[in-house]
Design a protein around this ligand. Structure first.
Ligand SMILES: [Zn+2]
Length: 266
């Protein structure tokens, strides 16, 4: 769109979709662009189906915990938060009031939330941060959870986005490496101890050699190299589930009004 067209569109709607991702390793079988490719394709389809305004995808993200693998390009938390905030600030200048993030990379979430809080504080903007694995939280992906790094769901969504970024014959998802019988690592940052959960920030290289993790303890999910059920048809179905959810959520979020705060302690 030209700026003139954008100005016209913003007379009808004050909401935009912002796809964000990362450039980081995704095991032996997915290209390093997986996260931004998925976010980009989901947002593109949402725009096509719902008519929502979609921003260009921010491909780079916060991937310092993956940096030992070739191909990883990362920003620090502070830089990324500032980049996101300045884009929100730009949108605010010409009247955008709400932003729906389609974030394809978990490592970005903290910085996006912080930038969104600042935008809320400074100019009243309202943001919603969505992740496809949260949208698919209650789906069983052939017995696996959606959020596994380079797992079934992520492989399917990459396949539906950009098939040439998938090497299905090299697909293997391995159990997160264990170093202690009692402290059970489920990912590079989370472990279980007895009935509780403890956060132990690690590098991804500490818990996997291949880079693709079950993100569960080996007792919960076995290592698998059987990706035969991740067909193009299945991938397309999963992609459409995410797209449909967003197409229903966006108008709902657009009409959401928050009550005015009655107390102010500046
Ligand atoms: Zn990913």
């Amino acid at each position: 769109m030209t700026w003139v067209e954008i100005e016209e569109r913003l007379k009808e709607t004050k909401i935009v979709v912002f796809p964000t991702g990362s450039v980081e390793q995704h095991g032996h079988h997915l290209g390093v662009g997986a996260d931004w490719l998925q976010a980009d394709e989901i947002a593109r389809r949402v725009g096509e189906k719902s008519g929502a305004i979609v921003l260009p995808t921010l491909c780079y993200g916060v991937s310092g915990h993956h940096k030992e693998f070739p191909g990883v390009l990362t920003m620090t938390f502070g830089t990324y938060k500032q980049v996101i905030f300045e884009i929100l600030e730009s949108l605010n200048r010409y009247g955008v009031e709400k932003v729906v993030f389609m974030n394809g990379h978990g490592g970005n979430a903290g910085a996006i939330v912080e930038a969104a809080k600042e935008a809320r504080d400074r100019f009243g903007m309202l943001c919603a941060v969505t992740h496809w694995w949260d949208i698919l939280k209650n789906e069983s992906i052939h017995g696996h959870t959606a959020e596994q790094h380079a797992g079934y769901a992520e492989t399917a969504l990459t396949l539906a986005s950009r098939p040439e970024a998938v090497r299905m014959e090299k697909a293997i998802v391995v159990a997160t490496r264990q170093v202690d019988p009692e402290i059970q690592l489920t990912r590079a940052g989370l472990a279980r101890f007895k009935n509780g959960i403890v956060r132990i920030p690690l590098r991804v290289i500490d818990v996997t050699d291949t880079g693709s993790m079950t993100e569960t303890h080996p007792d919960d999910t076995e290592t698998t190299s059987d990706y035969s059920m991740i067909t193009p048809e299945y991938s397309e179905e999963l992609m459409e589930k995410v797209v449909d959810w967003l197409c229903e959520f966006i108008p709902r979020f657009e009409s959401l009004t928050l009550p005015q705060a009655t107390k102010r302690y500046p």
